[in-house]
Ligand binder design. Sequence first.
Ligand SMILES: C[S@@+](CC[C@H](N)C(=O)[O-])C[C@H]1O[C@@H](n2cnc3c(N)ncnc32)[C@H](O)[C@@H]1O
Length: 250
Amino acid sequence: MDDAQITHTYSSSTESGSPADDSDNSQLLIGESLIPVRERKHAGTTVVTIDGLLKEPLRLKEDLKQGCGGQLWPAGLLLSRYMLEEHATDLVGKTIVELGAGGGLVGLAVARGCQTDKPIYITDQEPMMQLMQDNISLNDLSTKVKPALLDWGTPSPAEIPEHPEIVLAADCVYFEPAFPLLISTLQGLLGSDTICYFCFKRRRRADLRCIKMIKKLFNVTEINRFSTCEGYNRENLFLYKIQSRQKSKE
Ligand SMILES: C[S@@+](CC[C@H](N)C(=O)[O-])C[C@H]1O[C@@H](n2cnc3c(N)ncnc32)[C@H](O)[C@@H]1O
């Protein structure tokens, strides 16, 4: 990742609904290709190439006013990198939905850098809708990417596929009361042929309980593609492939 182009704020707030580490390392400065430098930052636009994988960079508006999804997070950057490196050519014909998309980084990166031919739905709660729309427009991706309101634990909106072939979720485990809601959404959305690529950042011990529950209810395979990356371990990032227990094919 182009360090010169990427600087991000990482909230150390402990208010409910904002990711914050157990440890006091949430304001550490980290310079590494996978993990952006952390420093305080005002709302603005960030240019992202995902380690140069995107020939045409994404421009992403970041603004924390409406919530923690208004900034880029390492899990989203890692999941984007994984999708661009491993799934650039095998998503044709697949329906794709991103959960807890925030500003839409992962879905937009897939739309820009992977071959796709169906709309990619980036979803989040109401306060994130405008930012998602702004980022879609900023990158001229409105024919490929659609924003949708999907509040975990509530029925999916009619416009998104009932059981998409691909579900993307980055950094959606950070707020304990939302764990059962997220799990319930995964249960509803993952059909027998759905693969969910799920990038998890472990911050607190409670986060592991969510993963444990997911492992109990679904088939979960860890993707070790990045496990030797220094930033991956330092940031406590884990990448999983999650499938329904009734999956019919690999
Ligand atoms: C830490 S941010 C991650 C954003 C983005 N995926 C990324 O990696 O940069 C978590 C996202 O989950 C969303 N979220 C939290 N609770 C949610 C819920 N109940 N339903 C839908 N989205 C939710 C937040 O609005 C936020 O955008």
